[in-house]
Design a protein around this ligand. Sequence first.
Ligand code: 13P
Length: 303
Amino acid sequence: MLKPEQKIAELKQAKKAVVLAHFYQSKEIQANADFVGDSLEMAKKARDLEADVLVICGVSFMAETVKMLCPNKKVLLPRPEAGCFLADCATLEKVILLKEKYPQAAFVCYVNSSAEVKALSDICCTSANAVSIVKGLKEKQVVMLPDGNLALWVQSQVLQKEIIGFNGYCDCHNNITKEDVLKAKDKHSVAVVVAHPEVRQEVAQMADFVGSTAKIVNFIGESSAKEFIIVTEEGILNQLQLKYPGKSFYLVSPSLVCTSMKMITLNDLYIALLKEQYEVEINADLSRKAQIPLKRMLEDHLV
Ligand code: 13P
């Protein structure tokens, strides 16, 4: 009897399938993925792969992004109900009102958003490239959708622009308070604090480094420090422990768990490969419109 890992490996080979997983996925999923990365890296990798089938172990906006960048590939999301609270914050109606209110502004849309909201935006960004994308815009006024915390962080890095935020937030990152960081620092006084830009501004201000998940992983690799307080989703600990076994990592709070990211089990991945489910499908006209800001984001000089 084959183990699930072996069955997954056989199916991947037989179907010329590649599994891409986000850093927040469970340890088991990360171990069975061909590639683990942040949302920007996943999109770029998917765009450049030769595979016939791409299985996205992440949440729905990640799978939709991949489908829009690779319309001719079969893109599978093992649990289609794995959504994103933050992406759901920006409704079409609210974005249309903002567009009427700020007709001169550039609209920058975080990839954590629906295809409909992307289609109304000028350019997309991820947390890895948000600062460089905003800096590169010709417009002085910029509306950033849908994460208000990310908008505030980008504003702190790009003083020459006027950034208008939105009231969306990631329920997981936004839960972290200044007191959580103070408590962790009290316990681990020499540890370096690293945070994702989806945290509240007062939390970001307490961090020694703020960046996307991949940037956090790279920063820790390059740092001479041995101890780190991690202010992002707990799945990242798996890669950190694998890559840097000599270093210690302390999650700032046990509540840093994204339940949507943790929906996909090893059995779901196996069934997804076996039955080629659940295929991501996006209306052709919507996809064509949403591809424009996504592709603009991926133009080489911008990332
Ligand atoms: P990264 O792009 O940094 O991987 O973040 C994705 C995300 O959804 C954070 O909540």
